[in-house]
Design a binder for this molecule. Sequence first.
Ligand SMILES: [Zn+2]
Length: 277
Amino acid sequence: MNSRHISASPFLGPGAFIKQRQHRLDAATKPFLARGAAIARCASCLLAQSHCLCPWRKAFAKPIAVDFILLMHRDEFLKPTNTGRLITDAFPASCYVFEWSRLTPDPALLKLIQDPGRVLSLLYAPTEFSRDAPLAENLLALGHPSTETSVSSLPHPKTTVVILDGTWRQAARMYNHSQWLWGLPCISLSTNPQQPLKFQLRKASAEHRFSTAQAAQALLDTTQEVDAATHLGHLFRVFQAHYQASRACQPYPLTASHDYLGSGPQGAPSHFEHKTP
Ligand SMILES: [Zn+2]
């Protein structure tokens, strides 16, 4: 994916989340009063200005073998707690961002999902939903008969994972009202016998204990994108440290994840500068 293509799409690239968020704000008929709505926030990372995350929002320096389609509930664009946007920060050339629509899904989204050059799957356990969906127990097996083959060694088709970003109830509703998703095999990370995960995604999503970014991190681990998973994990931990310190009205601690993103071997500059609204 070249940079010209990235900049030409409002759904891909470093600014995709903010562009789609602005679209949501423009379409809103009433203000969204999230917790902490009165706090002066950075217009780029949405955290309190005193706890701005932007200097550490660095992209992973290498291409990854997986494309993500982040299909977001409209509320997620407005929540400072949303972590799906960290996936776009880490992999701007590999993460498409769309607002979910029950009645009018974006044509660009449908085109991606119907792209014959992609092998698509959905990151959620099918038993979470009221409709049955085919189950892909191992992402490495998607579209390929051998689970021994690394995704990164397969140039075509492109492994593409749709992530429903919302609360568990919202994600279930999004799925049930999106007929164009029903044919996709669902990834059940918790049932991968080859590489046990650090947590059980299905249980996590039900209890709201783990985030969208952590789910993507776990998925990358299963696709042998270990370095990319590590990068996203550091980004999540910095986000978590800043957000929690902000809520506690305390300075954020500088952690090993700050060091990694500040001077690590990934070396990519931050795309983002602190912005006041
Ligand atoms: Zn910021």
